[in-house]
Design a protein around this ligand. Structure first.
Ligand SMILES: [Zn+2]
Length: 246
């Protein structure tokens, strides 16, 4: 079962790598509910995630998550202790803290441009994150971390990208435009050289092929073959004759 789980996770991660540009270390933003679950089952989050995803993982949380855990009091104190060991990810709500759900939602925006994975047990956050294409969702089942299957929004974006590569996301379109601007001169040079080659190349080659294809010429070859044989015979005859005369 463990091998199967890891294989499934590896496959899902390859999708996020290839279609959404995820790179190591994978940044996983963890909320209070996930911290609480990991504490209940004595799971070391970073160690467990690294082994499960077979990748370098950076476990993060936000000030808003910590603030919310603090406000919830003793019930969530163990979860707060777990969350405090995680690195802080800047959410921009230092002056006006939001609820954990609202905070993590705001990090994802429309296209998860920061390439964040979300680790949560919260249904509302899960539902919101599933609506954004390219968000890996992690949850805990008993004492195991599970990388959720592709959400509907993610699967649809993957299908769009793989079928017609003409429909890239807004982020991809932006990078394509930027790259074109940067390499404008080089691209024009490459294109001009290619055109020159095409002008000279295809005409003689196509002519040669057209001559080779019709085979009636090969049928009319017997005559030249016979002449060739006659010539050879003549040469042999001359060669044989010459030593005798000498
Ligand atoms: Zn925040």
């Amino acid at each position: 079962m463990k091998v199967k789980r890891k294989k499934q996770a590896k496959h899902l991660i390859s999708v996020y790598r290839n279609f959404f540009g995820f790179r190591e270390p994978f940044q996983v933003v963890i909320d209070g509910t996930f911290c609480k679950m990991s504490d209940q089952h004595n799971v070391d989050i970073k160690d467990h995630l690294g082994r499960y995803l077979q990748s370098e993982v950076e476990c993060l949380t936000t000030r808003c998550v910590l603030k919310e855990l603090e406000l919830l009091g003793d019930v969530m104190f163990p979860a707060k202790m777990v969350a405090q060991r995680l690195k802080l990810h800047r959410c921009g709500h230092r002056k006006k803290p939001k609820s954990a759900v609202a905070c993590l939602k705001s990090l994802l925006k429309e296209n998860n441009s920061e390439k964040l994975a979300i680790a949560t047990q919260d249904f509302e956050l899960t539902k919101a994150a599933a609506g954004v294409p390219g968000v890996p969702l992690l949850y805990m089942y008993k004492n195991n971390v599970v990388l959720d299957k592709l959400s509907w929004a993610t699967a649809k974006r993957v299908e769009d990208l793989s079928q017609g590569k003409t429909a890239p996301s807004d982020d991809q379109q932006g990078t394509i435009v930027a790259l074109k601007k940067e390499a404008n001169i080089e691209l024009s040079k490459v294109r001009s050289t290619r055109k020159r080659k095409r002008r000279g190349g295809p005409n003689p080659l196509s002519c040669k092929k057209s001559k080779k294809i019709p085979q009636p010429i090969a049928q009319s070859n017997p005559d030249p073959d016979r002449t060739g044989k006659r010539k050879r015979r003549r040469r042999r005859a001359n060669n044989v004759d010459s030593p005798k005369t000498q």
